[in-house]
Design a protein around this ligand. Structure first.
Ligand code: GLN
Length: 587
């Protein structure tokens, strides 16, 4: 059991057995977070909770455990939240200057005050179940992006793209293994010894790991962590959080999970409450889960999907209190059965076999199908008659038309008066002469407050909703969405239980060279595989698998798409895939 494989269950077991205290676990995770920011320059966090505050919370958790009053398996587990999800004690900025974001991890000079309320999902995890907040994570502004590079610039004028920690992790593991006392012999003893290392030793291990990497690799390690939940993925992959919530509108949890070697779950639209989420495209937005294992994702899903008192989001439809298809039940069944996927029909949709799919991804796709078949699933080829290639080819364009339209409407509230930080000055240009002072104020606030990509989406969205373009653009995209959703829903109802496709067709790009200057349409191409289930509101999970390419730095991830509210089926299959695909070079 290595440091980077610490799951929620393992941590809970060590805590329950008294082998570590919650204070030790939290101090370890926070040191990792600090090392990630200061030594590796990961830019995973937008804000980090003060150490003393964190230790107070951890002390409370230790006390509850001592008196047998733990709130759940998540009690004392360090977790992080994307910065577009409301956490009472932190500013809610969605990474945008218009909401007061400017980079200052310790919040000393933050303009935005703490938001003062919790999103439903945060309330469940932190207040009801005892999770410990590490901090809020970086993202592409308002969730718009695929690479973690559309981050607002800091006060120093520098952009802060999130970096993918995977390439450094094996070096870090080696350093930590060398640092622990030699008398720790069993895997568990070694893990406990690692978690108890003094912080200066952990920081030094990060320094050494970076040096070792740089000596053996030219060009640095600045690979994209994927976006837009870039910091959430980086924090879980690095190990400073054991769980993170992100948001997934068209792939923002699944893509970073795929590139950072994690399990990323986008639940059915409406399954988890969106109360307290900064809206991007409301008919697509979902809260998603980033975790190290399928079991970790199931634990989180099961607590988050309970309706209870949380019914403030009108699209929130839960499993219901006594629902037997709860995902944890489904995964628990696996251990009692030799052919856990007996009776499960897995569809391989021809429509997704696009020309651009590289051979190693195709090989991995076949390998994944074989694994599922070995565990009892029936593999079914889904022909072009059931899911049309024509619709899949146009899905990405339809997605971007629709989300831009919804974003232009959602973001209209940031005018500096109702919401948002008002610009101090109104720029005086010749153009301004034609506008009233109020219009000039709106213009300066919005052009100063929004980043380039966000402004582009607002302009595109306004354009496709204008009376001239509405029929040819917005309506055409909405019709395509309806047809695609109909085909996916009926295939998943009548022919198969789940669909198996890759999550993404390429490894993460090197962001120092390409990221910040990358053409938006090149960036959009990363979402080809993730947007179709989003258009249909279906649940989808990304699972990392060993790449078939020798010495690959990154996993080659597969996506499982299920029928509406059939998270149990996809998670069961995901569990088999993750278990059988072996080590993939990451956590
Ligand atoms: N990359 C997609 C976009 O920019 C998906 C974003 C998301 O899921 N939040 O819209």
């Amino acid at each position: 059991m290595s440091r980077s494989q610490l799951t929620i269950q393992q941590a809970a077991r060590l805590l329950d057995a008294g082998l570590i205290s919650c204070k030790q676990l939290v101090a370890y995770c926070r040191t990792l977070a600090v090392a990630g920011e200061e030594i590796w320059g990961l830019h995973a966090y937008n804000t980090l909770v003060d150490l003393d505050q964190m230790l107070d919370q951890a002390g409370e958790s230790d006390r509850r455990r001592h008196y047998g009053e733990t709130m759940s398996i998540l009690d004392g587990i360090p977790m992080s939240f994307k910065s577009n999800i409301a956490v009472r004690t932190e500013p809610l900025t969605a990474g945008s200057r218009i909401l007061g974001y400017h980079h200052d991890i310790n919040k000393a000079s933050m303009i935005a005050p703490p938001v003062g309320y919790d999103a439903d999902t945060v309330k469940i995890l932190l207040r009801d179940k005892g999770g410990i907040l590490m901090g809020t994570t970086s993202l592409d502004e308002f969730g718009m992006g695929s690479l973690g590079t559309n981050t607002a610039v800091g006060v120093d004028g520098k952009a802060r793209p999130t970096k993918n920690p995977l390439p450094l992790l094996s070096f870090l593991d080696e350093m930590l293994a060398n640092a622990i006392p030699k008398d720790a012999s069993s895997a568990e003893e070694q893990l406990v010894a690692t978690l108890q290392l003094p912080s200066d030793v952990i920081l030094q291990c990060h320094q050494n790991a970076l040096q070792l990497y740089e000596q053996s690799h030219m060009g640095g390690f600045a690979f994209s962590a994927g976006g837009s939940s870039s910091g959430s993925a980086a924090s879980v992959a690095h190990g400073s959080a054991l769980l993170s919530l992100g948001t997934d509108t068209g792939g923002s949890v699944r893509l970073p999970a795929a590139w950072c070697g994690l399990v990323g779950l986008k639940p059915s639209y409406g399954l988890l409450s969106r109360h307290g989420i900064v809206s991007y495209a409301s008919s697509f937005d979902t809260v998603g889960i980033l975790a190290r294992s399928v079991d970790c994702a199931c634990i989180a899903l099961d607590v988050l999907a309970q309706r209870g008192e949380y019914s403030r989001d009108s699209t929130f439809s839960s499993y219901g209190p006594n629902n037997t298809s709860s995902s944890q039940v489904a995964v628990a069944e696996l251990s009692t059965s030799n052919n856990p996927l007996n009776g499960v029909k897995v569809g391989i949709p021809e429509a997704f076999s696009i020309r651009e799919c590289p051979s190693d991804i195709s090989e991995n796709w076949s390998k994944a199908a074989q694994i599922l078949e070995d565990y009892g699933a029936e593999i079914v080829q889904v022909s072009a008659e059931s899911i049309s290639p024509g619709l899949i080819q146009k899905a990405l364009a339809a997605y971007y038309v629709l989300v831009s339209a919804e974003a232009s409407s959602n973001l209209s509230r940031y005018d500096g008066f109702r919401y948002g930080v008002k610009a101090n000055t109104t720029a005086t240009t010749d153009l301004n002469k034609d506008y009233t002072p109020l219009e000039q104020q709106y213009a300066s606030t919005r052009s100063e407050g929004f980043g380039k990509e966000v402004a582009r989406r607002i302009l595109c969205g306004t354009y496709v909703l204008s009376s001239d373009q509405f029929h040819t653009h917005y309506e055409a995209a909405a019709t395509l969405r309806a047809c695609l959703a109909e085909e996916l829903h009926s295939t998943l109802k009548e022919r198969v239980d789940l669909l198996l496709i890759p999550t993404v067709l390429s490894p993460p790009p090197h962001i120092e060279y390409s990221g910040t200057s990358m053409d938006s349409t090149v960036m959009f191409a990363n979402d080809i595989m993730t947007t179709p289930p989003s258009l249909a509101g279906l649940p989808s999970v990304s699972v990392p698998m060993t790449s078939t390419v020798e010495d690959a730095k990154f996993p080659s991830s597969m996506q499982l798409i299920g029928g509406r509210l059939r998270e149990d089926v996809i998670l069961k299959a995901a569990h088999v895939l993750l278990k059988q695909s072996g080590s993939y070079g990451g956590p």
